[in-house]
Design a protein around this ligand. Structure first.
Ligand code: SF4
Length: 807
């Protein structure tokens, strides 16, 4: 029987669709889930059903457990870890709505089943089936040709996050055995905050406290985070968030341009703010705290550098360069950051800023946390830094009930990984700049593009292996520009794609190889949130059609290139996984044996709450931070020196400055509330949607029906444009046009349109002169200009106009 079919019996259809409506409620672990799913096996209990464990391997920290019910070597039902006796406090890594729809993905008509080669133009999506021999031979010989012609610096493995498992980097390992490849650093998710945090806190103690630590707080401030949408699983942050809500008596504020789903049911906690202005809000709060003697001077003078003249580094004393000088209008832009000043930028009334500042100054413990949305902006490094400075101002770091203003800690089980070996190529680029490196690599330098490991690139990218990623176009920025760069075959000469399903990025590949899911092979993953867990999975069915594991594919390429023995070291993938696990178990004998791990599938490690920087707070000398001063750096001399001579563009820094600001200031965005135009009068911001993890699941019809792609628009803005709920609208700007449905709602601030990221790009790139994207991918409208310090993606920084599509 073919697996490439949608044949679904009426019985299983009713069971599945009936369950879908209740799934959102089930994720998170209420005992009622058993009532919904507990009888599932009975429906197939005719003596032939077997079950296997597997895990969700998508770029979601949940990586939840999946349980596959199999009959005649076909998956007939997918559920997850459940227990009849589960209580609210029991730890269960249950899959969310998305994970429970895997059967649709497994047997989707767009599932890749055979190797294919491109027969149309790049991006057209025309392919024909070829043999494995031809596919591997072509991919390996093109690789050799590129290395011989340009050197290994011309080879690249783009940022991709579609697979998380202990053996998820086989192609990097293979490439390292043939001379290596151009590295990348940072990520599409966290470039700005990951870059700035070490300047302030160093590397060693830079993580936040767990959400469980917030149970001791009296006041909780959360900037731009919505675990209910982004981290939905039964034992990931959504569960921790719901649990915290149940346990705490603290007052909570969620500061976000959108009343996100994590606010729902507690609407008083939403503090609406204009996108990209969090640093201005913090500056307004800081001004109030200073004026009203509410800052903790003892803490700032003992633990921090750069708050005021007394704590400035020697070389910068007497120059009005402290944080105090910035806030009080005595230095830098010479503007006093009063609550009224902040109000005009943030859209939050000055009285509200003062009220919250008073609460911050008088309520302890204070737990400050930020998601990754506020930092994924043109001013993201300074936004993240400003939020981190807030708890420092009132000394709320390293104590019970506090956090240091970064994202909450994740307490994972530990598990080793298949080594990718050492890369002989030492140069690396920011991952977001790969299209620049294809287009004009030799023009990229350390000072204009953040090249590391050398002063400049010698050659552009000529060969790419895109494994389980949709960042060539869909998840990259300015898709129209990305298309033009990738479609020119004289630039990147060969692209190899490996995935489970045909997505937009794969349409630009020259050869495509069909991958097996991690639950169609032996696989293991460790993850966690407040608590840690590990899933050990077995193949749910035999491999169908001509699909193979990525490890097999990389082995085949290694063989063609004469390095198979070094690649495999004589081991199968399963043998590697077992060896890695045994190595982990030697360090942690509490882990079950391999056989027990396979049998039980799910292993949970209960963890105590973690308070960040507790040791530093207790003894800042013995436990000094690994910053240059050993203290928290609110002013960073290191940043100033590192970026000296960098080539900056208009808007990268404060007006009148020629260097990047060495402290947490508010920088107006290039495309933000202070730079809208008559042509594009609205701000456009992205968000992560409950129906997808990035673009994963973006093609599953059932999920799209429950979570349609919509542009959130405030009733005031909609009325002005004659737009009503459910209308088809166009959102356009200088980069492109998307078409999608209007969600008219006061859950988004006036003047801002919010579009969820990850929808599948759907445009005719060759025949439609406007290239209208009817899938509604926000990246048709985002810029490839990177943020100034980390060179990260600023995909939430956009302006736009909206119009109704006439009937
Ligand atoms: S998408 Fe995330 S929360 Fe949902 S099943 Fe997969 S890992 Fe779990």
């Amino acid at each position: 029987m073919s697996t490439n079919t949608h044949a679904v019996s009426r019985r299983s259809f009713l069971k599945t669709t009936g369950a879908l409506g209740a799934l959102a409620a089930a994720a998170g672990g209420a005992a009622s889930a058993d009532a919904m799913f507990g009888t599932a096996p009975v429906a197939f209990a005719d003596g032939q059903e077997t079950t296997t464990w597997g895990h969700c391997a998508i770029n979601c920290p949940g990586r939840c457990s999946l349980r596959f019910h199999v009959k005649d070597d076909e998956v007939v039902w997918v559920d997850t870890f459940t227990s009849k006796d589960a209580g609210f406090d029991d730890l269960q890594p249950r899959a969310c709505l998305r994970g429970r729809t895997y059967r649709r993905w497994l047997a989707h008509p767009d599932r890749l089943s055979y190797p294919m080669k491109r027969v149309g133009k790049r991006g057209e999506g025309k392919f024909e089936r070829i043999s494995w021999d031809e596919a591997i031979d072509t991919a390996a010989s093109k690789l050799k040709e590129v290395i011989d012609t340009y050197g290994n610096e011309a080879v690249f493995v783009p940022y991709a996050t579609g697979v998380s498992a202990s053996t998820s980097r086989p192609f990097n390992r293979m490439l390292n055995l043939v001379g290596g490849y151009l590295n990348f650093y940072n990520s599409y998710s966290t470039a700005q905050i990951s870059c700035i945090t070490p300047y302030m806190y160093g590397n060693k103690q830079a993580g936040g406290s767990t959400l469980s630590a917030a149970e001791d707080a009296e006041l909780i401030l959360i900037f731009g985070s919505s675990p209910t949408e982004t981290r939905q699983g039964g034992l990931t942050t959504h569960y921790d968030w719901v649990r915290l809500r149940e346990k705490t008596n603290a007052k909570i504020y969620i500061i976000d341009p959108r009343m996100n789903d994590s606010v729902m049911g507690h609407s008083e906690t939403w503090l609406p703010i204009n996108p990209g202005t969090d640093a201005a809000f913090v500056a307004g709060v800081a001004h109030y705290l200073i004026e009203n003697d509410m800052v903790d001077l003892d803490f700032l003078h003992t633990y921090c550098v750069g708050y005021d003249e007394e704590t400035m580094p020697e070389a910068y004393k007497g120059m009005n360069m402290s944080y105090y000088d910035y806030i009080m209008g005595l230095g830098y832009d010479m503007v006093e950051k009063t609550p009224s000043w902040a109000s005009k930028i943030t859209g939050i009334p000055a009285e509200t800023i003062e009220k919250i500042a008073r609460e911050i100054g008088t309520t302890k413990p204070l737990y400050v946390n930020q998601g990754w949305g506020p930092q994924r902006r043109s001013n993201g490094e300074w936004t993240a830094w400003a939020i981190m400075a807030l708890p420092c101002l009132v000394g709320q770091i390293g104590l019970p009930g506090t956090s240091n203003g970064t994202r909450e800690a994740i307490q994972s089980c530990s598990l080793g990984k298949l080594s990718a070996g050492e890369n002989p190529v030492k140069k690396s680029i920011p991952c977001f700049l790969f299209t620049d490196a294809i287009d004009h690599g030799p023009e990229m330098t350390a000072k204009n593009a953040g090249v590391k490991g050398g002063d400049k690139l010698e050659v552009g990218i000529k060969y790419m292996i895109n494994y389980a990623g949709n960042c060539l176009t869909n998840q990259h920025s300015d898709i129209n520009k990305a298309h033009d760069i990738l479609a020119d075959e004289s630039k990147c000469e060969f692209i190899l794609g490996i995935d489970t399903v045909m997505c937009d990025s794969l349409k630009y590949c020259d050869i495509i190889l069909p991958d097996l899911f991690r639950f169609e092979q032996v696989s293991q993953i460790a993850t966690g949130s407040d608590h840690g867990y590990m899933i050990t999975g077995q193949p749910c069915t035999s491999p169908k059609f001509e699909r193979k594991t990525a490890y097999e594919m990389a082995s085949m390429m290694a063989e063609k290139l004469g390095v198979k023995e070094e690649f495999t070291e004589g081991k199968t993938e399963e043998e590697w996984i077992r060896e890695i696990y045994e190595g982990t178990r030697e360090k942690n004998p509490a882990l079950p044996t391999w056989e027990e791990a396979v049998e039980q599938g799910v292993y949970v490690e209960k963890k105590a709450p973690f308070i960040s920087m507790e040791k530093f707070r207790a003894d800042p000398v013995a436990n000094a931070l690994d910053t240059p001063s050993g203290k928290i750096e609110i002013f960073s001399e290191k940043l100033l020196q590192f970026t000296e001579g960098w080539e900056l563009q208009d808007g990268d820094t404060l007006k009148g400055m020629s260097t990047l600001p060495p402290l947490p200031v508010y920088i107006p965005e290039w495309y933000g509330v202070e730079s809208t135009t008559d042509e594009f009068p609205l701000v456009l911001t992205g968000f992560h949607y409950r129906g997808r993890i990035h673009s994963s699941w973006g093609f599953i019809e059932d999920l799209k029906e429950v979570n349609p792609q919509e542009a959130w628009i405030n009733p005031l803005d909609a009325q002005e444009r004659g737009i009503e709920q459910g209308d088809t609208i166009r959102v356009k700007n200088q980069f492109g046009i998307i078409e999608l449905l209007a969600k008219v709602t006061s859950r988004v601030v006036p003047g801002t349109v919010a579009v969820s990221q990850g929808a599948w790009h759907m445009a005719d790139m060759y025949s439609d002169p406007e290239r209208v994207d009817r899938g509604g991918s926000i990246n048709t409208l985002t810029t490839q200009r990177p943020s100034p310090l980390s060179k990260g993606n600023p995909q939430h920084t956009n302006i736009c106009q909206v119009e109704k599509v006439s009937a």
